[in-house]
Design a protein around this ligand. Structure first.
Ligand code: PMT
Length: 413
């Protein structure tokens, strides 16, 4: 099972001279909390805004700023740091430092490390809008991106001058997520095209009402997040309105029919499909154009005719069969379902595994309040098509996601 991708990574955090340098302290703290080893390199100008002592206290490590400051017995810092790094983050990155990077200048310790390191580089620019929009900055950024430097921001918002515009450094959480995305490119699911569904579908009754269920999307989003962190190209088809991990492509949907159409559209290029969504099995036969009014006589009830919705996994199975019969490459290579059950957990899940021609199903016991809908934990038993079974204890949805992805790795190879 994989931990946070930042854990045990060696990150060099370069800080240059801008007012956003104060946010670098939060970024540094979050990186340390995520388990990374963080070496901070500050430019002269950065030290005008925030002291090295702040970062020494946060990292419990020596802070680097002078290229010629080499304590006895230590290696030249720009060479040793550059070699050890898994990632160089420069946040905030001033227009001056970006210009130096784009032109291969190495006139301080940070720019020298940037030239010397084989590690990927992530920059979070921070400057006034006019400086950001200047053709010199834009051409420098284009050059850096062409060289593979990852760009985080800048965002729109209030700037140091008091003006509002583009040039504000993005928030530390976003930089952290971009760092994960960059490091994930070397993950075990790199190159894998993974589709995951999340949330409960909504089947419209009238302009006011719909039929749905208690799914919040948490399980599906945990899978999307974990797969993204392991390098997969993730498409999330979702009815939920949770925050979408950076780098994940979202297809918002509402009804079972919309989810089916979206799945069938993307699955043709997918390696893996994981259906964690709670898809309605029935929808109203007709949708009332106007709000349905109650009868004046309160003793008169009402009933709604329901018809079946498409069974998405069954349609995917049919599609895979057709591809196999035609001798085409079968996509998705791996199909995984979930079964939310309140009774006869394993028998019901086994039936769905076979009927829907799945490689694996996560039998989800929803009878306890700490598992299934809405909560951050889950309890599932994994049933494989070859008859193998693995009962997992109660754990976070993220941990369930990681174990499912471990199984995906096994099924793909
Ligand atoms: O979203 P959360 O609040 O985090 O809750 C997570 C969850 C409980 C929704 C999730 O862990 C889960 O169990 N999802 C499956 C819920 C479900 O609808 O199970 P089912 O037994 O009705 O369906 C079996 C499988 O067929 C599912 O993979 C489902 O996506 C799929 N299905 C169902 C109906 C349908 N018309 N088409 C389908 O493809």
């Amino acid at each position: 099972m994989m931990a946070d991708i930042l854990a045990h990574k060696h990150i060099i955090l370069g800080i240059t001279g801008g007012i956003a340098a104060y946010k670098a302290a939060t970024l540094c703290s979050r990186l340390v909390q995520a388990g990374a080893t963080v070496d901070v390199v500050m430019t002269e100008a950065a030290q005008q805004f925030i002291t090295p002592l702040t970062f020494q206290a946060l990292t419990h490590r020596r802070i680097y700023h002078d290229i010629f400051d080499i304590p006895d017995g230590e290696n030249i810092p720009h060479i040793s740091l550059a070699d050890q790094a898994d990632l160089l983050i420069i946040a905030p990155a001033t227009t001056n430092t970006l210009a130096k990077l784009a032109n291969g200048l190495a006139d301080n310790l940070l720019t020298t490390i940037a030239l010397a390191t084989p590690a990927p580089i992530l920059v979070a620019p921070a400057m006034e809008t006019d400086m950001w929009q200047h053709p010199a900055t834009q051409s420098n950024m284009a050059k850096l991106e062409q060289w593979g430097v990852t760009l985080a921001g800048p965002a729109e918002g209030r700037l140091a001058s008091g003006a509002v515009g583009r040039g504000r450094m993005v928030e530390p959480e976003e930089i952290l997520d971009m760092a994960r995305l960059r490091l994930a490119q070397a993950g075990d699911l790199a190159g894998c095209n993974l589709v995951v569904t999340a949330g409960g579908t909504r089947e419209t009754i009238d302009p006011v009402r719909f039929i749905s269920n208690h799914s919040t999307g948490k399980m599906g989003y945990a899978i999307a997040h974990a797969a993204r962190d392991r390098g997969a190209k993730v498409t999330l088809i979702s009815t939920a309105s949770l925050s979408v991990p950076i780098g994940v492509a979202l297809i918002p949907v509402d009804s079972a029919q919309q989810m089916r159409d979206a799945v069938m559209d993307v699955v043709r290029l997918a390696d893996v499909l994981i259906m964690s969504a709670a898809v309605a099995d029935f929808r109203p036969a007709t949708v009332a154009e106007q709000k349905i009014k109650k009868k004046a006589d309160s003793s008169i009830g009402m009933s709604i005719d329901l018809v079946r919705t498409p069974d998405i996994l069954a349609d995917v199975a049919t599609y895979k069969n057709q591809m196999a019969q035609n001798g085409d490459v079968v996509c998705p290579k791996v199909t995984i379902g979930f079964a939310a059950e309140s009774e006869n957990l394993l028998t019901n899940a086994e039936g769905k595994l076979k009927r829907k021609n799945l490689d694996m199903i996560a039998a989800n016991n929803i009878s306890a309040s700490d598992a299934g809908f809405g909560v951050d934990t889950n309890r599932v038993t994994l049933l494989m098509a070859d008859g193998k079974k693995e009962e997992l204890p109660l754990m976070s949805k993220r941990s369930v996601a990681e174990i499912i992805l471990d199984k995906v790795m096994g099924l793909l190879h």
